[in-house]
Design a protein around this ligand. Sequence first.
Ligand SMILES: Cc1cc2nc3c(=O)[nH]c(=O)nc-3n(C[C@H](O)[C@H](O)[C@H](O)COP(=O)(O)OP(=O)(O)OC[C@H]3O[C@@H](n4cnc5c(N)ncnc54)[C@H](O)[C@@H]3O)c2cc1C
Length: 223
Amino acid sequence: MTETIPPTERTRVVREAHRGAYDRETIYKILDEAYVCHVGFATDGQPFVIPTLFGRVGDAVYFHGSAASRMLRNVSEGISVCVTVTLTDGFVLARSVFNHSMNYRSVVALGKAVLVDAPEEKLEALRAFTEKIIPGRWNDARQPNEKELKATSILRLPLTEVSAKIRSGPVEDDAADYALPVWAGVIPMVTQWGEPIPAPGLAAEQRFQWPTGPGWDDTRAGA
Ligand SMILES: Cc1cc2nc3c(=O)[nH]c(=O)nc-3n(C[C@H](O)[C@H](O)[C@H](O)COP(=O)(O)OP(=O)(O)OC[C@H]3O[C@@H](n4cnc5c(N)ncnc54)[C@H](O)[C@@H]3O)c2cc1C
């Protein structure tokens, strides 16, 4: 059975509490499907929320420090952050405006993010970012050299205080509204990849060597 992260006073979902989930399996599935997280932190009383790429390795998420360089000023003791990830699955159109909603899966993680010092851990985090974009890309592309690694700050947030919230399924209309002559239902929302656009200067023989990725058509790659 998957491990549950006991909710704290800060991570217990209050509104529509039945949509809350605290098991690592559910939480990690959402984190692994998402590409972008929003990192929230406060500096001098001003909250900032910065969107950035991230990756999960084991029981921690990693993100680029450069995306939130303001927060690095006081990083030695760890920085209190709120990392949020959102997957949008569809619009829920109700018969009444009040009951309109979205289907979604989201995660909120709280805690102290710390700077990663060890080059091996930095590499592991960068590998996680890269492999998330396209599995195999880490080995296909040139990997970071020592100078690039030094210039990159990576932050680690252990996943110890985390919640997920999921809304799925149909419209929840008031019974009195069922008779209204208004279309109601769910409009699914999907992420779709476009056709790869080769970079200028790509060697002629490489132009049709598409990378393969989620949902990409391998047949065009001559695979
Ligand atoms: C795409 C999207 C659209 C939404 N639209 C609306 C809307 O229009 N109106 C509305 O009221 N709500 C909306 N929500 C839900 C919203 O995120 C909050 O869950 C809700 O507003 C407040 O819940 P709460 O009282 O539990 O929050 P709070 O008391 O603010 O939160 C308590 C704790 O619950 C957890 N939590 C709360 N919300 C989430 C979440 N979404 N994911 C993971 N953990 C969470 C966190 O750990 C948080 O610290 C939307 C969510 C998503 C992802």
